[in-house]
Design a protein around this ligand. Structure first.
Ligand code: ADP
Ligand code: GLC
Length: 484
């Protein structure tokens, strides 16, 4: 099958979170199954320089009246995946993140930046595609690609099948209804049967309403988003579309996340030769100025520091870390209050608390390898990747029992024969602390080694999930929905 993926992030070209990892790895897994999968990504500053073997640009004209727009065909570094970089300097060539300016504020023209992404995908996808390649299926990821199924339905003629994947329902891509016409959509789209969501226009809602099939990134989250507690106001639509909604768990990219070949680690290791893991811990302790002692139990956390991720629960358990003589290493950035609290904790307890504020890809690998336990206490978590990376790297995950965390971590006290980590249900300091305490009980005992071996031998490869996406593509092709 020919599939065009459309996303705002793509590892290793541009990444702020797990979306990039998924869009980087899934095309390769699908291509191993014989599919021709290409990815359309905005040409932010830096993306064009990093993409390999750029070919001659193909003009798309000026589809939204924002300036000349073209596609640069290229290759994803370190892989055979073909990438279409969407070049539109007036929208993307600027200093800052994919979604926010250097001061951390949303770009004021995000409605245009991501409408153009969907619009360009539409032009590529419909008959007479200028690239000489047209997909049978377009696969839109998150709100940034949400208008794509809407544009294609409105096209009204023969079109490829559309699949919309929700990586995080919390981000709905909300804009003022008056902007509907600016992105080339009829005002009639602003309706409950369309892109309207409680009085605003939502790109995600448009995608969920118009796509032939919907997926999200774990089976548990697929159920949760149909409830009032996690539906973000979209539970009614998602329940109505339940026959077309599938929860497919993310995999991990074995080539990027493998302690036996990881260039970020001081020494390679695997389940049979675990010694290199202690070296990773030592390096981490040295690098972050903490007490250097491989026998100290270490908790690690690599995350965006936001309300979703339960950082307050970790802060609430700093006394447990200090009093038990353990160490905590945090890599991340986000809400100023969390950053400040972590900086203060580090200042008061430099031997035990390590905090690196910012985004650092190699350090994230070192934290997975050097820690004994990896914390993921999220209030909600569509899938979550670090709990899987942790297991691959022989660190036991301590997670809240929600979303994909519930699907990828079994509590080793509740189910001793198969468990590989520790989980808790209530989003309270006490419940996380209890799970951390249970982890510490195993540390330095044969039970820890047993759990570590079991965790490292688990298969989190993309193969089975790629097969499930393939089935969804086939369903969408043979059973499209007709709404307009
Ligand atoms: P989300 O996508 O909600 O942020 P995931 O667990 O799915 O959560 O993915 C997070 C990804 O981002 C992981 O690959 C993780 O290692 C990475 N990551 C998060 N924060 C940082 C950081 N500060 N530095 C490096 N990598 C980070
Ligand atoms: C989102 C979710 C995260 C998921 C990632 C990749 O950012 O918050 O849980 O793992 O997307 O699907």
């Amino acid at each position: 099958m020919r599939v065009l993926m459309v996303a705002s992030e793509l590892f290793p070209l541009v990444k702020t979170g797990g979306l990039a990892d998924v869009v980087g790895a899934l095309p390769r897994a699908l291509s191993r199954r014989g599919h021709d999968v290409r990815v359309l990504v905005p040409g932010y500053r830096g993306v064009l320089e990093a993409a390999e073997s750029p070919g001659p640009p193909v003009s798309l004209g000026d589809p939204l009246g924002v300036g000349p727009t073209e596609i640069i065909p290229a290759k994803l570094p370190g892989s055979d995946t073909r990438v279409y970089v969407l070049r539109c300097p007036s929208l993307y060539d600027r200093q800052g993140g994919p979604y926010v300016d250097p001061n951390g504020h949303d770009w004021g023209d995000n409605h245009l930046r991501f409408a153009l992404l969907a619009r360009a995908a539409t032009i590529i996808a419909v008959a007479g595609a200028p690239l000489g390649w047209a997909p049978q299926v377009v696969h839109a990821h998150d709100w940034q690609a949400g208008l794509l199924p809407a544009y294609l339905q409105l096209w009204g003629r023969t079109r490829p099948a559309t699949v919309m994947t929700v990586h995080n329902l919390h981000f709905a891509g909300r804009f003022h209804p008056a902007l509907t016409s600016a992105v080339g959509l009829p005002q009639s789209l602003f309706s409950v049967n369309g892109a309207e969501l409680y009085g605003v226009m939502s790109y995600l809602k448009a995608g969920l309403y118009f796509a032939d099939r919907i997926t999200t990134v774990s089976p548990t989250y697929a159920g949760e988003i149909q409830t009032d507690a996690h539906g973000e106001g979209l539970q009614g639509l998602l329940s109505a579309r339940a026959p077309h909604l599938h929860g497919i768990i993310n995999g991990i990219d074995d080539e990027v996340w493998n302690p036996a070949t990881d260039p970020a680690l001081p020494a390679p290791y695997d389940a049979n030769q675990i010694a290199g893991k202690a070296q990773a811990k030592r390096e981490l302790q040295e690098k972050l100025g903490m007490r250097v002692d491989p026998s100290i139990p270490m908790f690690g956390l690599v995350s965006r520091l936001t309300g979703q991720k339960g950082i307050d629960l970790v802060l609430g358990n700093l006394p447990l870390v200090i009093d038990s003589g353990a160490q905590l290493v945090v890599l991340g950035s986000g809400a100023a209050a969390y950053e400040l609290a972590l900086s203060e904790a580090r200042r008061h307890h430099p031997q035990q608390i390590g905090f690196y504020r910012g985004y650092h890809e190699p350090l994230s690998h070192k934290v997975m390898a050097g820690s004994d336990f990896v914390l993921v206490p999220s209030r909600f978590e569509p899938c979550g990747l670090t709990q899987m990376y942790a297991q691959r790297y022989g660190s036991l995950p301590i997670v809240r029992h929600t979303g994909g965390l519930a699907d990828t971590v079994t509590d080793s006290w509740a189910v001793p024969s198969v468990g590989t980590g520790f989980s808790f249900v209530d989003p309270t300091n006490w419940a996380l602390g209890n799970a951390m305490w249970r982890g510490l009980q195993t540390y330095g005992t044969p039970r820890y080694d047993e759990l570590q071996q079991r965790a490292m031998h688990r298969d989190f490869g993309w193969g089975p999930s790629a097969k499930r996406y393939e089935q969804v593509y086939v369903d969408a092709l043979v059973g499209p929905v007709h709404l307009v």
